[in-house]
Design a protein around this ligand. Sequence first.
Ligand SMILES: [Zn+2]
Length: 277
Amino acid sequence: MFEANLRLSSVLGLLTVVVVISLLLDYCRLLRRPARIGLWLAILCIMAGLGLTLQAVLPGNHFYGPVFIEAATQEKIVALTFDDGPYPPYTQQVLNVLKENGVPATFFVVGKNVERYPELVKRIVEEGHQLGNHTYSHPDLLKLDRGQIAAEVDKTQRLLFEITGRVPDIMRPPHGFRDAVVMEVMAERNLKVVEWSVMCRDWVNPGVETITRRVVSKVKSGSIILLHDGDGVDSTASRAQTVEATRRIIHELKSQDYRFVTVDEILKTTAKEGTAL
Ligand SMILES: [Zn+2]
């Protein structure tokens, strides 16, 4: 059976070699008849490399496997997702805002932070939110081999099982980066890969107003919104803007009759309605 062992980095390396050789041949006036085959081959390889890279880094591309970014539904539902935590005091503050407004959310947690703050993981679950796996140390999975990718995911699954008694069935690769091997490792574990359809770059702290406006202007029925209660494994940046923006986003979207659901419900809607991923 064919096994997708080829990493994006290997393919890009191979394409680079072909580009260099093709351009060299063209420069030496070889491979120029009947057309400039060397030059065209180089252009083709560059385009292929660009295409393969975009498929790996942009959410919503399915070349390497199914990635969920939203539900194509008419129902006015949206899912808030928070990445990189738990990270005190911001995770508690986000949880407080969610509780005050009776809103469920989904937290893609980093294993190292789970180890540091297991009581926050417990609180997330006790208050009815969903957990997702965001790897153990938040690496770029495109740079790891198959065994390392598996270890990153498995370690966090084990930790979450020890704390909550269950394992998540969803994961989000750090930065959203994935290739065929990443997707295969997740499929072997029945982990659905969930990314997002609304991004507001809250991690650079652009201001509460900006975060709120970016989210509210892009949201539509079935959106999955990406926010950050944490800051990778470094946990140095403030997430105060995200906390306040979350409060405003909830108020604004509620006034527009949106209902907040977990990613699980978004996925169920997607399956029920037989819509695109
Ligand atoms: Zn992250």
